[in-house]
Design a protein around this ligand. Structure first.
Ligand code: PBG
Length: 430
């Protein structure tokens, strides 16, 4: 079957990576147990698929040589099997010291000694339902590969994107976030294309919603793809990024996206007060049902490099340090959390992901809201590069990194690996 809790990112021991989660598709593995409800004719027989533990020789029960029929006959005759003989102790390598047993009352390895026990005590799981797939779109017809992000493309909004979304849905990823590459000719210093109702993003949302009404579409709310300065806000002549004036435009952008059918608008700009202002703007236009995922703790990170190449959105001057957070700061994430909560955010996001696990945990422990983690472009590219160079096992590192983001407290993960990882969870190899 598909779907499994990532059963174990089995560090070291097991040969095959066993990502098992229960859900999605019919399994193709191991055994099927069909159970029919005894007194019900109303329900179709339900197929319950069980993923048998793989015999790895570590403490598995072995058959004692009798056939099933002989065992059955013995039981019927009232003959209870003897306890199995104590097996001879397997040999240790020559040179193993003869050491007395340590007097330990607790040996944590007991709970790790077989695949069944390990699966039973696994604390964290991951499924395709936890993944959000960020996709790059452009006006063109072709899908253009992104050099710094192997496996990612700027997708033609009309064809390539629709096909990619179908692939994602096939493996249970039904949430995407759209990032547009806007032609230079449409960029201005005030980023007005951001709220053009016929712009690339609103048009794409309409197309996708027409084809896949149940697809959950997240949008990015920020001016950088539309700004001739490459900043997330409007830049004054002295280089200052204007806050309240930018928020005014972000509200128009969010409303335009909601009007097109966006489910979740996601301000990634880090201006102060934008969540409350966007909430009020959405409500005033009748979009009470549209959610806000706030980039609550977004750091001024060098891990965004490949993304900026993908969208050609590098700031024309300076950096983003007057609005994005200092990577050295921890407590400050709590200030942002309190603001976003009180302004009405529905989901709080931490970005980047893996280098900021402590921040994910901080938000998890200090808010009851769902937490999102963004495994950003640089994180993706590093794992891809390590895999291509055969320095790491790409697939296992990918799955481990996603599991760790979940363990730290993320409910959902935005990741360019979404489709590859979901395929892995469904037991499909690429
Ligand atoms: C900009 C935005 C950025 C990312 C998402 N939205 C880049 C930036 O802040 O410069 C980065 C995502 C990634 O690196 O994968 N609003």
């Amino acid at each position: 079957m598909a779907a499994m809790t990532i059963n174990s990112v089995n560090f070291g021991a097991a040969k095959a990576v066993k990502f098992e989660y229960v859900g999605l598709k019919p399994l193709k593995v191991h055994q099927n147990i069909t159970s029919v409800r005894p007194h019900s004719v109303k329900f179709a027989p339900r197929v319950l698929t069980v993923n048998a533990a793989e015999a790895q020789g570590d403490g598995q029960v072995k058959k004692m040589g009798k056939s099933d029929e002989e065992c059955e006959a013995a039981v019927v005759a009232g003959i209870v099997p003897e306890a199995p003989p104590v097996p001879p102790k397997p040999a240790s390598p020559v040179g193993t010291p003869l050491a007395a047993s340590l007097p330990l009352s607790r040996r944590p390895r007991r709970n790790r000694r077989s695949p069944v026990l390990r699966a039973a005590f696994q604390e964290t799981t991951i499924s395709p339902a936890n993944l959000v797939y960020p996709v790059f779109i452009h006006e063109g017809e072709e899908d253009t590969p992104i050099g710094a992000m192997p496996g990612c493309y700027r997708l033609g909004w009309r064809h390539g994107l629709v096909e990619e979304v179908a692939k994602a849905r096939d493996v249970g990823v039904n949430s995407i976030v759209l990032f547009p590459k806007v032609p230079d000719a449409l960029k201005t210093s005030t980023g007005d294309e951001a709220y053009n109702d016929n712009g690339l993003v609103p048009r794409t949302i309409r197309l996708l919603k027409d084809k896949y009404p149940d697809l959950v579409i997240y949008t990015d709310v920020a001016l950088d793809p539309y700004s001739s300065d490459g900043h997330d806000g409007i830049v004054r002549e002295d280089g200052v990024i204007l806050n309240d004036e930018t928020v005014y435009h972000l509200c128009k952008q969010a409303v335009s996206q909601a009007r097109a059918g966006a489910d979740v608008v996601s301000p990634s700009d880090m201006m102060d007060g934008r969540v409350g202002a966007i909430r009020a703007a959405l409500d005033a236009e009748g979009f009470q049902h549209v959610s806000i995922m706030s980039y609550t703790a977004k750091y001024a990170s060098s891990f965004y490099g490949p993304f900026r190449e993908a969208l050609d959105s590098n700031p024309r001057f300076g950096d983003k340090k007057t609005y994005q957070m200092n990577p050295a700061n921890y407590r400050e994430a709590l200030i942002e959390t309190r603001e976003d909560e009180s302004e009405g955010a529905d989901i709080l996001l931490v970005k980047p992901g893996l280098p900021y696990l402590d921040i994910i945990r901080l938000l998890r422990d200090n808010s009851s809201l769902p937490i999102a983690a963004y495994q950003v472009s640089g994180e993706y590219s590093m794992i891809k590069a390590g895999g291509v160079l055969k320095m790491i096992d790409e697939e296992r590192v990918m799955m481990e990194s996603l599991m760790c983001l979940r363990r730290a407290g993320a409910d959902i993960i935005l990741t360019y690996f979404a489709v590859q990882a979901a395929r892995c969870m469904c037991g499909e190899k690429r």
